[in-house]
Design a protein around this ligand. Structure first.
Ligand code: HEC
Length: 476
């Protein structure tokens, strides 16, 4: 015991670390900031530390090469002792980090902690949010399955639309003109070196600011922020009835952080990592890549945009959101902080959560993707059991039309509903459309024989409001 004491004294004498850190750990914070509302920031940091630990572990075995990445992840998942759990931790840890960052942001916004003198806390926070999103995105790409390749295509597509510099940005992002080995090397470098380094730098800055300006007090209605008097008042109140950060305020952070990490661990052990998608194969059109849940809402947003607005929304949508987030503490850095006096702040949060969940729900059912398990048209719907109309109906089932088009409730929603197409298009127009395809519809000119084509057209011509078929409207 004495030996350890002496060793510790020697270490402290030579480094002075404890002497420097202890006052910071125990500095006084506002009494009412010791609250369960204030635990999300530290929990985000704990989730990030977990990501570093599990990420470094994965990097020991992962091979960042287009030919081997997928196999190396399969190996980690199935052949190593703890690989499945470590991948699970890293995957669910990412989800937790995104959720917690969101909760932390909502709390800071609702308590208006971004107001004077904490504007830079918010701005460094917005940078940390963007870096976290880039981490999540690049993490999905280095998984290098169908989803990975597909997400990269979407991102490159989006970048490519930026006026003037678009092509250059897209090239920079994917490392050349096509997605391949160079893309993966690049994403790997972003994911394990550049972005984590930036995250750590901005996190340290963020924490430094919290110590420099103090944790914001829980707002009371009727106590507006006035930059002229705020600091004085804050210091006086902390002096009057402040509590030491450690342990009085920080024990809640510890307890909540512990719950978060334990929950991630439980999910990682019980559910495990998500199945690796199919290996990447750009020629496989049956692939139905689904992005990780935190991106689904955004893909839904992109998919729902009317094509003429696409470029504008794709490029300027995220820029606008980013600009608004950056501008917030400059738009209002004084006045009431209490959410009770800022009902529009509550409305904003409700609106954001509402639209994200709405888009998310649409994204889950993804009406814009071909529907590969659509139920084939029945004889009743086709309305004939032999002859050209019958054969046309069968071709509709076999040739893939069904994946994208619905007739009487059967089929996918990628293309227009064709239940009454016979009313709208003439036989010539139908032939032309099927031969040549259209926006998001492949042309079938090369794959259908003349008889098949004319059968299909005959069949589609019977799809009218008044037609001999029994009105059937079964869902699928
Ligand atoms: C990959 C999905 C997809 C497949 C497969 C597909 N279509 Fe389409 N189809 C579409 C889309 C999307 C449109 C709308 C095109 C546009 O607006 O330019 C469309 C348009 C049409 C139209 C015109 C509809 C209108 O309201 O003007 C017809 C007719 C049609 N498809 C028939 C077929 C037939 C027959 C097949 C099978 C041989 C088929 N499609 C296969 C996606 C698909």
């Amino acid at each position: 015991m004495k030996f350890f004491n002496n060793a510790w004294n020697w270490f402290e004498d030579r480094t002075g670390l404890m002497g420097a850190l202890w006052p910071i750990m125990t500095h006084a914070v506002p009494k009412n900031s010791a609250s369960w509302f204030y635990v999300f920031g530290s929990a985000t940091m704990f989730a990030f530390l977990l990501q570093i630990a599990t990420g470094v572990t994965l990097a020991f075995m992962y091979v960042p090469s287009a030919g081997e990445a997928y196999q190396s992840l399969e190996f980690i998942t199935n052949q190593t002792t703890f690989g499945r759990i470590v991948r699970g931790l890293h995957n669910w840890g990412a989800s937790a980090m995104i959720l917690l960052v969101g909760l932390h942001m909502i709390r800071v916004y609702l308590t208006a902690s971004y107001k004077f003198p904490r504007e830079m806390h918010w701005i460094s926070g917005v940078i940390l949010l963007s870096l976290t999103i880039i981490m999540a995105f690049s993490g999905q790409v280095v998984r290098w399955d169908q989803t990975a390749v597909w997400s990269t295509i979407v991102a490159a597509e989006q970048a490519g639309r930026i006026p003037f510099i678009g092509t250059w940005v897209a090239d920079f992002l994917i490392g050349g003109e096509t997605i391949g080995g160079a893309t993966l090397s690049r994403m790997f470098a972003y994911h394990v070196f550049i972005v984590p380094a930036l995250l750590i730098i901005f996190l340290v800055f963020h924490l430094y600011l919290v110590i420099k300006n103090g944790i914001s007090e829980f707002p009371k209605a009727g106590e507006p922020v006035d930059p002229k008097t705020y600091r004085e008042k804050y210091e006086a109140s902390v002096k009057r009835d402040g509590v030491p950060f450690w342990p009085v305020a920080a024990w809640r952070d510890m307890v909540f952080g512990f719950i978060v990490i334990t929950t991630i661990l439980l999910i990682a052990v019980i559910i495990g990592p998500p199945d690796l998608g199919a290996p990447p194969n750009p020629s496989n059109i049956d692939a139905l890549p689904v992005p990780d849940w935190y991106f689904i809402f955004y893909f839904a947003f992109l998919a729902l945009m009317p094509p003429p607005m696409e470029t504008v929304l794709m490029v300027f949508g995220p820029l606008l959101v980013g600009a608004l987030l950056f501008a917030l503490p400059f738009i209002s850095n004084r006045g009431e902080r209490s959410p009770l006096r800022r009902p529009w702040a509550i409305a904003m949060v409700a609106l954001t959560i509402g639209s994200i969940s709405g888009l998310w729900a649409i994204g889950i059912s993804s009406p814009w993707s071909p529907h590969f398990d659509a139920k084939p048209l029945t004889i009743e719907i086709i309305g004939a059991d032999s002859g050209p109309v019958y054969r046309g109906g069968e071709h509709f089932n076999d040739k893939g039309c069904l994946y994208c088009h619905t007739i009487s409730g059967h089929g996918g929603l990628r293309g227009p509903d064709l239940t009454y197409i016979g009313d709208r298009l003439s036989a010539d127009e139908l032939t032309w459309r099927i031969m040549n395809g259209g926006l998001n519809m492949p042309g079938f000119g090369g794959t259908l024989s003349n008889v098949e084509l004319s059968d299909l057209v005959m069949f589609l011509k019977t799809r009218k409001h008044i037609n001999p078929q029994p009105s059937s409207s079964g869902g699928d």
